[in-house]
Ligand binder design. Structure first.
Ligand code: SAH
Length: 457
């Protein structure tokens, strides 16, 4: 306990970086007290200024590198780390892939207590930059003009950025154009402290194959002076834009979107393709941000499921139906459920567009709908789950086990909750057969994986 008090803010130390935290920060210890240090890699010896001292750990800033890691790659822009846009942008790609595989190994032994499970090498992205098909950019007023960028990590201080490195460059360009059009119309930037001003966020989605763009303008007030004119000009200057939507968020809140939306120009959705099928994507629907890698993710999931014509598949947390509709041709029946009503409308529409007649969808919480299907006697042979970061609800797991599927394919964007859930499945006789990390978020610390679970033996 005494040691921690000996570390003081604004003091300097020469330290060896011994590890990389799951968020991509270098870790060093001073008499056992951990310090997290941005832009520092294991094996590096650095001079560090202590910038924050907490109870259990603190933060430091590198002032000088005495040695550099051979795994370091040139960092294009320091703001990529400062804002958390790309927290691994200083680590070479091969090491990023190993880092992700190790994160999964770690939780599988520490949380799931399954050190024996083999974790496959992370599936890489061929050209791991410029991949994001979606951007959510805060807009603020700075020196009388509109500024766009990203918040500094753990703050709401805007850092101006034009090249976001991991976003589709056409989206980067569109953000500037939209910002300048708003500026021309003298739309006022949002002031967060006072909850005044009009434009809060610019959100852009661009279809990877279709190149169709959607622009969502998040405003504080419903009354949007010349909103429709602005939207038409956005389309004129950016012909790929097929949809401009106003989303109204009057609250003083961190949540980006409000409930109410209006179409200012064109349609209420864009279309894109995945594994040869066409999807409608509405503004409130989830859609994986890295299309190229999502195809590999789904292909892996389908391979793991080793589907047969007589299979009945549950696609839980279906979003707009992309996983279930990708495999519907191979099986007898698909049942999907999802919380967001707009996403289920998209899923139903997408089934029709792709002439798929054996897929059925229901809106609701996965755990509730699953229980209902269980009570009705639905007997899936394969269950695919793709939950948000918090993982599965224990009630969902109980229903899934009761349905006794031959295979359960778990897609996870959070290895820690996957490991927790895998342990629960194991307690009821399901075994983790294989785990495949897929790099959906290059240059960041985010880890995505597909796992196959099946009854023991
Ligand atoms: N499988 C889809 C979506 C995965 S993202 C795809 O690959 O695109 C997770 C989805 O779960 C989101 O669409 C989210 O709206 C939904 N969701 C979140 N909590 C839920 C819950 N409790 N029950 C059902 N769906 C939920």
């Amino acid at each position: 306990m005494k040691e921690k008090l000996s570390v003081k803010k604004n003091e300097r130390y020469t330290l060896d970086i011994i590890d990389l935290s799951y968020e991509g920060m270098g870790v060093a210890k001073i008499d056992g007290y951990p310090l997290f240090i941005e832009n520092a890699l294991p094996g590096e010896r650095v001079e560090v200024l202590v910038v924050k001292v907490g109870n259990k750990f603190g933060y430091g800033k590198v002032e000088k590198w005495l040695t550099e890691s051979p795994d370091r790659q040139p960092l294009k822009d320091n703001r990529l780390l400062r804002t958390g846009i790309a927290p691994l942008a200083h680590l070479n790609y091969e090491q990023q892939l190993l880092f992700k595989q190790k994160q999964v190994e770690n939780v599988m032994s520490k949380i799931a207590k399954m050190p024996e499970v083999d974790i496959l090498p992370t599936i890489p992205m061929e050209n791991p930059v410029g991949y994001r098909n979606k951007a959510q950019i805060p807009v603020r007023r700075m020196d009388g003009r509109l500024a766009t960028g990203f918040y500094k990590k753990n703050s709401h201080e805007l850092v101006e950025i034009e090249d976001y490195y991991i976003q589709d460059p056409a989206i980067d360009e569109a953000i500037k154009r939209v910002r300048d059009i708003l500026q021309r119309f003298q739309v006022r930037g949002y002031n967060e402290a006072k909850n005044e001003g009009q434009i809060r966020h610019i959100i852009i989605r661009r279809g990877h194959y279709s190149h169709e763009m959607m622009v969502v303008l998040v405003t504080r007030k419903e009354k949007f002076f010349k909103g429709k004119e602005i939207a038409s000009i956005i389309h004129e200057e950016l012909p790929e834009v097929v949809s401009v939507i106003q989303n109204i968020n009057e609250e003083k809140t961190n949540v980006i979107l409000g409930d109410k939306e209006k179409v200012l120009y064109g349609r209420s959705y864009i279309e894109d393709q995945l594994l040869g099928k066409t999807y409608r994507i509405s503004s409130k629907s989830f859609y994986q941000v890295n299309t190229e890698q999502t195809e590999k993710l789904y292909q892996t999931a389908i391979e793991f499921a080793a589907l047969q014509k007589e299979d009945t598949v549950i696609d839980a947390y279906s979003g707009i139906g992309t996983i279930g509709l990708s495999l519907a041709d191979k099986v007898k029946e698909v049942y999907g459920m999802e919380l967001v009503p707009e996403a289920i409308e998209d899923a139903q529409f997408n089934a029709l567009t792709n002439k798929i007649e054996n897929a059925h969808y229901e809106v609701g919480k996965a755990e509730t709908v699953m229980k209902k299907w269980q009570d009705k006697g639905v007997k899936p042979s394969v269950i695919v789950v793709d939950p948000p970061r918090k993982g599965l609800d224990a009630r969902f797991i109980a229903s899934a086990i009761d349905m006794a599927p031959a295979k359960l394919v778990y897609i996870s964007c959070n290895p820690a909750t996957f490991a927790r859930d895998a342990k629960l499945f194991a307690e009821s006789g399901y075994e983790v057969k294989k785990v495949q990390p897929v790099d959906l978020f290059p240059q960041t610390h985010h880890v995505e994986l597909v796992a196959l679970l099946a009854p023991k033996g």
